[in-house]
Design a protein around this ligand. Sequence first.
Ligand code: AQP
Length: 350
Amino acid sequence: KPLVFSGVQPTGNLHLGNYLGAIRKFVALQDNNDCIYCVVDLHALTAQLVHEDMRSQIRSITAAFLAAGIDPKKHIVFNQSAVPQHAELAWIFNCVARIGWMNRMTQFKDKAGKDREQASLGLYAYPSLMAADILVYRATHVPVGEDQKQHLELTRDIAMKFNLDFMERIRATGLGIDIKVGDEPVHAYFPMVEPMIDGPAPRVMSLKDGTKKMSKSDPSDLSRINLMDDADAISKKIRKAKTDPDALPGEVDGLKGRPEADNLVGIFAALADRTKADVLGDFGGQQFSVFKPALVDLAVEVLAPINAEMRRLMDDPGHIDAVLRDGGERARERAEKTMQEVRDIIGFVQ
Ligand code: AQP
């Protein structure tokens, strides 16, 4: 079975972008894959070191995973800091990755802001820890939003350089696997990960500006739908969402140059598990005054049960912690197996 890995940072309220770009895909992938889903708390330190509510944030992301329908018995749900092997492999990857590669990362540029000298070293090395998160399980498939595409390309570069630099040792230890990179056969230790970014809403945009990503850190709460929003808040935010004055087009091509319309149609399609073309088949030629109430009904229908279940789960932190402890134990076992092999390939004495 393909091995799926992905993570979400405990850095604030989850929003519809996190849900459609990541968590909803996590749920859909459970049936045919072996899945590992992580609350990446070490990553949460990169932009801000002290979090007064770290523990409740970790529990709330875990609650969102469970409420959305992830089965923690069949799969693994855990928090990253419980498995120190992530940080160990990240150190090795810091020595594999080149500074020039890191300098190209647009997320670092966005998150570091103007005063880059004051950004943490952790924020700079973030993609290297992300590569370790995935490769410490030798996972092959990673469902993420489109904003993570560049980090996954870097993950492939790191894996490839490790494979090539240690090629002889990988052969000598017999720990390699035969993979194909393009048409080239390569004897490798780490697989080439496949990003899973497809779907009608790979990048959910702000409700106030269709050219900006929906994000936890946007100062306007009206720019996003939070998973914890009640029906009234969802309705208010969709009604107030920016649009243009035209009716919806009949074809997907007609959404070009209309970022807000494109975004709302993409959200509808993703929530309904349909394509944008399907949605326009139903709503083409209609005004937003007709489309928005239908979107409100759909968003409430999908999100209200998740919201209610999250609240119920958050009332029992003992249960959430037990899920994380159990997942952490199982994840540690797998990660330690990889690390023993990596230490062997590198030539450490153990
Ligand atoms: N707007 C989005 N559309 C689609 N997918 C998104 N993701 C985030 N925003 C969108 C995906 O959610 C997963 C978890 O993201 P994260 O924990 O790394 O958080 P983030 O990307 O830092 O979230 P924000 O809201 O964008 O935070 P800030 O405001 O700090 O920039 C990932 O798979 C991500 O792609």
